[in-house]
Design a binder for this molecule. Structure first.
Ligand code: HEC
Length: 117
């Protein structure tokens, strides 16, 4: 009787362990968002754009600057607009004029293909 209980207990433990590992596996196949972690440009956008475009700020509905999600922030719709407003029209940031150095930093990132890291 005791042996039988132990055996069932072991089966139950094994089942729990298997279920736990299944859950872990399915977590891993979900697509992971890539964060924007560029050592120069992440602070650049934080400084010049986040005040109005970060989550919940005054203009995040115009363009959502979300460094947790690189692909959505710099998608093929917004990236040309960002380039246009920052480097061609030079009217973003709305409330300030970028220094020549800041513009050159942006241009270097653009020339490199707007990398996430
Ligand atoms: C002081 C607030 C403010 C700051 C800072 C700011 N923006 Fe904006 N942004 C706005 C406003 C207001 C609009 C909507 C009106 C417009 O398009 O001019 C806007 C619109 C935009 C749009 C247009 C979206 C579309 O669909 O046309 C882009 C792209 C953009 N901003 C990028 C940036 C970038 C990149 C920076 C940083 C370099 C930045 N903004 C900084 C206020 C700001």
């Amino acid at each position: 009787m005791i042996k039988w209980l132990c055996f069932n207990g072991a089966i139950a433990l094994l089942a729990v362990a298997l279920l736990a590992s299944c859950k872990h596996d399915s977590d891993e196949v979900l697509p992971q968002k890539v964060a924007f972690g560029h050592t120069i440009m992440k602070p650049w956008f934080d400084t010049h754009c986040a005040t109005c475009h970060a989550t919940g700020r005054s203009n995040y509905l115009n363009w959502h600057y979300n460094p947790q999600d690189y692909a959505a922030t710099f998608d093929k719709y917004y990236l040309p607009k960002i380039y246009e407003r920052v480097y061609v029209k030079k009217d973003m940031p709305k409330d300030a004029v970028l220094s020549l150095a800041a513009l050159e930093t942006f241009k270097a990132w653009s020339d490199a293909g707007f990398p996430a890291k």
